[in-house]
Ligand binder design. Sequence first.
Ligand code: DC
Length: 227
Amino acid sequence: MNIPDIIIAVDGYSSTGKSSLAKKIARKFGFLYLDSGALYRGVTLFAQEERLISRLGRIDPALEKALEGLDLHFGSDGRLFMGARCIEQQIRSMEVSSQVSPVAAAPFVRAWVDGKLRLFGSRGRIVMDGRDIGTAVFPQAQLKIFMTASEEVRARRRYEEMKAKGESPLLEDVVKNLRERDYIDSHRDTNPLRRADDAFELDNSEMSFEEELAWVQGLVQGKFGIL
Ligand code: DC
């Protein structure tokens, strides 16, 4: 099977199942999977620990300079590290989730993250998920998928995910956080969340994971004649 060295961009709203699908596609093709949101979450955790963001989400301009010394990288198993410390669990907390969108809206944060993402993706054979991969980070990506699902389905998914990790969120807080993030992510000035003109839209509100996979396989087969 001859798979070209393509870049696959999986963008979309929060909790649409982007990472599950992107990981599965990567495994199937032997590609590298990269979660761009993890970097925004890592920067948010860093800003919180360095006290460079207020409780209301006001970012201290000193964060820009501080980022020069920040080492965020993925381990071989895909978990995010800050220096020698694995921060995978912390970056998924409600505390980080509630402040990540304002942090991700700062142009200097986006420039810092984009630089890292482009470096990671420079050789192709990569599946990257996020909000602006197909529109801004890799507009040249050969396959772009844009994922959506109803708010109810997405909130329920995030809620179950957090409970499975031993957290005790309130469903209404999860819904509130999703709404806020959707709004900020799609209304910010720099590279807002939107579907690229050449992206294929996947609404998985009423689809099983197997159906989603079959949809992607059909797409890849049609576009590249492989699988
Ligand atoms: O995919 P996620 O929920 O882990 O992303 C966390 C936040 O990071 C999300 O609210 C918006 C931001 N983000 C972004 O602005 N651009 C990306 N490419 C990925 C994530």
